[in-house]
Design a protein around this ligand. Structure first.
Ligand code: ADP
Ligand code: ASP
Ligand code: MG
Length: 418
């Protein structure tokens, strides 16, 4: 049984009190800026916040599927593109949307400036493709805000300590936004996306999933780590470590979304489970006759983010993202121990802070799986999560059945206490 381990997050320089007044960071995801009309609407929303009296920083993702298209282009040119050049290429998508939004904002009569991650002072380590932010040097953003401008920062990217362009991993614009909110002492970090908030399950799989009114940082960490891709995991770590309140909401409405913040007793009084998450993006490896210290040191050296780890006799079973497959295989070959890989398993997780004080969650989980004839493999738990692997074909069925079993379609699941 394992606990999900979260990485430490770098310190952000303290902010002068003057800068704390009314700064808001608003991040818009790819679907929200997918075409020229949507970019104009995002521009209008940013201008609205500015006219409402805030100092406004917009963080934008690449338009629609632009990042995927760039990745695909790289692979059409080269079977194994060099990571440095891949980052040069992939970082372009966010620059396109920021420059276009700055143009649209000017047309609305407001001054705006677009900045690359590097120009915005986002300094990272040197790991291409999944760099970590080590420092935010926000001087240029402050200057532009002082000049009464709306600042647009290209998400998902930074400049390394070796002065190369880096990217922060898929979904990394969320982390750009939270890091800026922390560095600027913003009142809130608003994450605008194509759903109304964080739901009790992926609304694409469970149509009657409910929008959560609030979730604790710990719950959101577990949900993000286990497949609720609405927030990148690292952005939630950053928010928790710096006390940044996150508001995940729809780009297309003015409705309140989901607040991610410190745990509050009222969250525990309501539904004990916050959600059922799933992912098909992990591969499960079994390694025989190896020393776990050597294995995990070598994987860490190759920057592979290992998730679940289970020891069964002298075998070690672990999961890692599919996108790290080549690096993982390279490490395992290098160790010389016999190993195997399964890519036909998906992971389903039940997450909820109330689990700590309510017995019977495991009983209900495994009872439900037995009733629908699904066999769980490789179970892992934390104080607020039960996760297990099932065949790909059983994932949706397991998610729906557990969502029902824990009454997550009921109004209580929303945790609304207004
Ligand atoms: P963006 O482009 O705005 O960053 P993402 O595609 O990264 O948006 O994340 C939003 C998507 O996350 C939604 O369209 C939804 O299908 C998916 N998702 C998965 N699990 C959840 C969940 N529990 N709550 C909300 N959305 C979820
Ligand atoms: N454009 C990047 C991606 O598709 C980053 C992001 O959208 O947050 O992963
Ligand atoms: Mg995203």
């Amino acid at each position: 049984m394992t606990e999900t381990a979260f990485e430490t997050v770098p310190a952000v320089a303290p902010v002068e009190p003057r800068a704390r007044i009314g700064t808001v960071v608003m991040k818009f995801g790819g679907t929200s800026v997918a075409d020229p009309e949507k970019i104009r609407r995002v521009a209008a929303r940013l201008v609205g916040a500015k006219r409402g009296g805030s100092r406004v920083v917009g963080v934008l993702s690449a338009m629609g599927h632009h990042t995927d298209e760039l990745l695909d282009l790289a692979h059409q040119v080269s079977p194994r593109p060099k990571p440095r050049e891949l980052d040069m290429l992939m970082s372009v998508g966010e620059r396109v949307s920021c420059a276009l939004a700055a143009m649209a904002i000017s047309d609305l009569g407001q001054d705006a400036i677009s900045l690359t991650g590097s120009q915005a002072g986002i300094v990272t380590d040197t790991v291409h493709g999944k760099a970590k932010i080590v420092e935010v040097r926000a001087r240029r953003i402050h200057e532009a805000l002082d000049q009464d401008r709306i600042v647009l920062v290209a998400g998902f990217q930074g400049v390394s300590t070796e002065l190369d362009i880096t990217t922060l991993g898929r979904g990394g614009s969320d982390t750009t936004a939270v890091a800026l909110a922390a560095a600027l002492g913003a009142d809130a970090c608003e994450i605008y996306t194509d759903v109304d908030g964080v739901f009790t399950a992926d609304p694409r799989v469970v149509p009657d999933a409910r929008k959560l009114h609030a979730a604790s940082y710990e719950e959101m960490l577990e949900m993000a780590a286990s497949g609720a891709k609405v927030l990148q995991l690292r952005s939630v770590e950053f928010a928790r470590n710096h006390g940044v309140r996150l508001h995940v909401r729809s780009t297309f409405t003015d409705e309140d979304g989901t607040w991610i913040r410190e745990e509050d007793e009222r969250m525990l009084e309501k539904a004990m489970i916050s959600g059922v998450t799933h992912t098909l993006e992990e591969a499960v490896y079994t390694v025989r006759e190896t020393n776990p210290a050597d294995l995990f040191e070598a994987l860490a050296g190759a920057s592979v983010n290992v998730d679940t780890i289970i020891q069964i006799g002298s075998d070690i079973v672990f999961s890692a993202p599919r996108e790290d497959r080549d690096e993982t295989a390279g490490v395992l070959d290098g160790l010389g121990a016999p190993w195997g890989e399964r890519d036909d398993l998906g992971k389903v997780s039940i997450v909820g802070a109330g689990m700590k004080s309510h017995p019977g969650v495991a009983a209900r989980t495994f009872g439900t799986l037995r009733d629908i004839g699904v066999e769980p493999r490789f179970v892992a738990t934390s104080p607020i999560k039960i996760a297990f692997y099932v065949g790909h074909d059983d994932v949706d069925r397991a998610v729906k059945a557990l969502h029902d079993a824990f009454d997550l379609s009921s109004p209580e699941a929303e945790r609304r206490h207004a």
